[in-house]
Write a new protein. Structure first.
Length: 177
């Protein structure tokens, strides 16, 4: 395991063998990062986040509380995860919101999925196994296994195999491997 001297890793964090945590990362308490992961410059991993093995998280991604990333996922630079469906700084009575004033919406990124640079992943959804999200897309609903989605809001334009090759159907993508 390698942790760059400028990275901040809080107590009670588990980082697997051969993982690399690069410059200016902040890994919060209770986070779990699997083995053989690469966590790029400036990445923030929030408290309690679960990240599988062989995951690559590129520069300046914030993985907020409530996000689970399974094995073999690629997260491109500047991907934006959210975790609050109704974000506000204050309550209707103008009091400052606290941790008790919001409801966590969980997000799951399944095995082998790839999230393109600058994509936004709205909370409360699942991105399926081997799915691919195009750069700059805004994902607002679940993405099926092997689906290729692009746009704002993201929509299916095709399917990809585990190796990333375009396929006509999800069944063909699953068989292609």
């Amino acid at each position: 395991m390698f942790i760059h001297p400028t990275a901040e890793v809080e107590a009670d964090v588990v980082i697997g063998e051969n993982s690399k945590i690069w410059h200016l990362c902040h890994i919060r308490r209770g986070a779990r990062i699997g083995s053989d992961c690469v966590v790029g410059r400036g990445v923030f991993v929030d408290a309690g986040v679960q990240i599988g093995s062989r995951v690559k998280i590129q520069n300046y991604v914030s993985v907020f509380h409530g996000v689970t990333i399974e094995d073999g996922v690629f997260v491109g630079p500047h991907v934006c995860f959210t975790n609050d469906m109704f974000p506000r700084a204050i309550n209707p009575d103008l009091s400052l919101k606290s941790a008790d004033d919001w409801v966590l919406s969980e997000t799951r990124v399944r095995v082998g999925a790839a999230l393109g640079a600058n994509s936004t992943i709205v909370c409360g959804i699942t991105i399926g196994r081997w799915a691919m999200v195009g750069a700059g897309s805004v994902v607002t609903k679940d993405v099926p296994d092997y689906a290729l989605v692009v746009g704002n809001p993201a929509h299916i334009i095709g399917y990809v195999s585990a190796s990333g090759k375009r396929c006509a159907t999800a069944a063909e993508a699953e068989q292609a491997g």
